[in-house]
Design a protein around this ligand. Structure first.
Ligand SMILES: [Cu+2]
Length: 268
């Protein structure tokens, strides 16, 4: 029985480790400026945690076999444990966790605490049950006012986010259901939610941030490759959560200008 348990524990350990080493299910290709750093941090964390996991599971299997019931077992005696060992592994775990946090925090903070560069493209993202809307402030570079009383999700677009069309700053605001971004330019993002907490997640751009009702959350990132990237909501936000899907289209600056001009012309 002890041997069977050892084999089972080791089999589960090596089989599950294989899928990570072989990268069977891995991240999609990273297409933003910080993707390389985020992937580096992610890989380092997986390697360190993987080593700890394999060692711990191998030891567990070995001990399950070593202390098997072979007929000569003695009655167990109460043990208070080994204080030295407990202090040692708690300290090592703390160093590992705090160390990884300190290593990752500059990457995390760069998109949140540092202000965006001048010339960043402003885009407002609004999450609601169960759609994403994107707003561009237009030529005046100013977002028009929104009012909760004007919010009408069933009408979509401008009405869905509650845009106050009486506000002069709202006249040139563009609201869309697909996000367009120019490649190689920083995006100055403002995240909102109108009902519950949603999470704006673009795996290919290595971007994930909650959108919280009542808060304007600012972040910035730079897409580096032209392409279509999937947006998901990463916060379980209700019955339709599974279909809260969108697309980011990263295009050339020229195509972005053309698209913006078209949307502005449609508003006239
Ligand atoms: Cu959602």
């Amino acid at each position: 029985m002890g041997l069977a348990l050892l084999c089972l524990i080791w089999l589960i350990t090596f089989a599950s480790t294989y899928f990570f080493v072989a990268k069977t299910w891995w991240l999609p290709h990273g297409a933003s400026a910080l993707a390389q750093h985020i992937d580096g941090q992610f890989t380092l964390t997986f390697i360190l945690m993987g080593i700890v996991f394999v060692l711990a599971q191998c030891t567990l299997g070995y001990l399950a076999w070593k202390y098997r019931d072979d007929g000569s077992a003695r009655a167990v005696a109460y043990s208070h444990g080994n204080t030295k060992m407990e202090v040692l592994w708690t300290t090592l775990t703390a160093i590992l966790f705090i160390g990884l946090n300190l290593m990752g925090s500059p990457i995390w903070a760069a998109e949140r605490f540092d202000p965006p560069h001048a010339g960043a493209v402003p885009v407002e993202v609004t999450g609601m049950q169960f759609a994403w809307y994107f707003r561009y402030p237009g030529k005046d570079a100013k977002y028009g006012a929104t009012k909760p009383s004007l919010i009408d999700p069933s009408s979509g677009m401008e009405s869905a986010i509650g845009l106050d069309t009486a506000d002069p700053a709202a006249k040139d605001d563009i609201v869309t259901g697909t996000m367009y971004l120019p490649v190689g330019r920083e995006v100055d993002l403002t995240l909102r939610a109108v009902d519950v907490i949603h999470s704006f997640f673009v795996p290919s751009l290595r971007f994930k941030q909650d959108a919280v009702p009542g808060l304007l959350i600012h972040m910035h990132f730079t897409p580096t490759e032209v392409g279509d990237y999937e947006i998901a909501c990463a916060e379980l936000c209700g019955m339709g959560h599974y279909k809260m899907h969108g697309m980011v289209k990263v295009v050339s600056q020229e195509d972005f200008d053309k698209w913006t001009a078209q949307r502005e012309a449609e508003k006239q």
